[in-house]
Design a protein around this ligand. Sequence first.
Ligand SMILES: Cc1cc2nc3c(=O)[nH]c(=O)nc-3n(C[C@H](O)[C@H](O)[C@H](O)COP(=O)(O)O)c2cc1C
Length: 130
Amino acid sequence: MQEVYEFLKKSGVFYLATVDGDKPRVRPFGALNIFEDKLYLQTGKVKAVSKQIEVNPNVEVCAFSEGKWIRVSGTLVRDDRREAKESMLDANPELKGMYSADDDNTEVLYFDKAKATFSSFTEPPRTIEF
Ligand SMILES: Cc1cc2nc3c(=O)[nH]c(=O)nc-3n(C[C@H](O)[C@H](O)[C@H](O)COP(=O)(O)O)c2cc1C
């Protein structure tokens, strides 16, 4: 999982796909954190992405860096604990202008039953689960 975190961090931007009814939706994301040995994303409850995850928590993330790409699929589990939100904001202080651990909007979610596949044009794919 640490390797997945580091790859996504290095990529800077990763693309989060959700399911909206029978349509895929994808958008750039960047906020990441490891808390209690789980990989977390952050969003706002007001966003469509949040509402899609609430209805269907199956997601996939894709990112590309230095000739390699990664796909991470799994389900996202919302963590409403203040300490989980605080940890995310401390790890991504640029979010503090828009979000706080005590607002009604900030949402953090961790990957459950995740499968990450690293791929490149030169090496066979490698999959890890966490
Ligand atoms: C580089 C970059 C990183 C972003 N990171 C996040 C993020 O970590 N969390 C988030 O909620 N929105 C992030 N955004 C904004 C979302 O992409 C944007 O709000 C998007 O419209 C949300 O998807 P939705 O419209 O389906 O709700 C980021 C945007 C950019 C350009």
